[in-house]
Design a protein around this ligand. Structure first.
Ligand SMILES: Cc1cc2nc3c(=O)[nH]c(=O)nc-3n(C[C@H](O)[C@H](O)[C@H](O)COP(=O)(O)O)c2cc1C
Length: 278
């Protein structure tokens, strides 16, 4: 059966690096497939209002392109997310989109378990900053099955493949492996739970993985630093069960609000008329 690949492109540049890497990956997928491209930066995605109305029935009061995009992703057999690095992070539209995904806690469709490849482009080696981490954290929160995550370098549109056979070959491998049984292999310095290489220092030898938020510690194995991360049962997004529990916690918020709202109003009202809003 023809597989559907959805490529979520976070670059506004037509035929820019994100777009051509995603297309090169698809040229190398051995399985029969069709490619649907979504330029998220050209879609109308409004920022979440934080009203929690969606928790009641998965319906957001904002009228824009969110549902069209999310439903298309939910109908995909695999997803490619490609973002340029902008000031050491991913394009901010990805975060605006993620914030709106609160509604997926109670929607009738879900992205859980879908294979995803995350791609980041950056103009200067070593300057991709936390952009890859943003894409991986996006995928983990939504329960996507992260098959691979890679950074490609090139500043000009198309430059990622210009006289750069290595990057073109890397894209090809991603396509070949997308639907294969190959396990994702994590680097030996990366978080053993999610593969992230971004770790927060919490003082002493304590650390927390910034992407999966499991806790652990840094040990010394002779001259080498080694990272030990353990499963944190109180995590809110790492497993389906944890996300489900968090969904219930969110549902309970309404009841808590109804119970506390008068007391909260007493606390907040003295701040009401302070300052002048631009
Ligand atoms: C506003 C802006 C900020 C950027 N910031 C960075 C950066 O922090 N680090 C970097 O390596 N490249 C940076 N770049 C370069 C892009 O990441 C690079 O050109 C990338 O290949 C663009 O992908 P695209 O062709 O798909 O748009 C920036 C580009 C723009 C327009």
């Amino acid at each position: 059966m023809t597989k559907k690949i959805v490529a979520l492109i976070l670059s506004p540049r037509e035929l820019g690096n994100c777009e051509i890497i995603a297309k090169e990956i698809c040229r190398n997928i051995p399985e029969e497939h069709e490619l649907e491209l979504i330029r998220l930066t050209a879609k109308d995605i409004k920022p979440c209002k934080g009203c929690y109305a969606c928790l009641a029935n998965g319906t957001c009061p904002l009228d824009d392109d969110f549902t069209e995009v999310a439903r298309s992703m939910a109908a995909a057999d695999a997803i490619i997310i490609a973002s340029p690095t902008y000031f050491i992070g991913a394009n901010g539209v990805l975060k605006v989109f993620l914030d709106r995904c609160m509604q997926l806690f109670s929607a009738k469709y879900s992205l859980r378990g879908k294979p995803v490849i995350n791609l980041v482009t950056a103009g200067i080696k070593g300057e991709a900053g936390y952009s890859e981490m943003m894409l991986n954290s996006f995928s983990l929160i939504l329960g996507l099955n992260l098959r691979a995550s890679e950074v490609f370098y090139g500043a000009l549109p198309g430059e990622v493949f210009f006289e750069n056979d290595e990057q073109c070959k890397r894209a090809a491998v991603l396509g070949k492996d997308l639907f294969s049984d190959k396990e994702r292999i994590y680097a030996d310095w990366a978080c053993p739970m999610c593969g992230s290489d971004v770790i927060q220092l919490l003082g002493g030898d304590k650390v927390q993985c910034v992407v999966c938020r499991n806790y652990g510690k840094l040990d010394k194995d002779g001259e080498k630093l080694s990272l030990k991360i353990e499963f944190n049962p109180d995590n809110i997004f790492f497993t389906e069960e944890q996300a489900g529990r968090h969904g219930l916690w969110l549902q309970d918020m309404k009841a808590r609000f109804m119970k506390l709202r008068r007391k909260l109003a007493v606390l907040t009202s003295p701040y009401k008329d302070q300052g002048r809003w631009l």
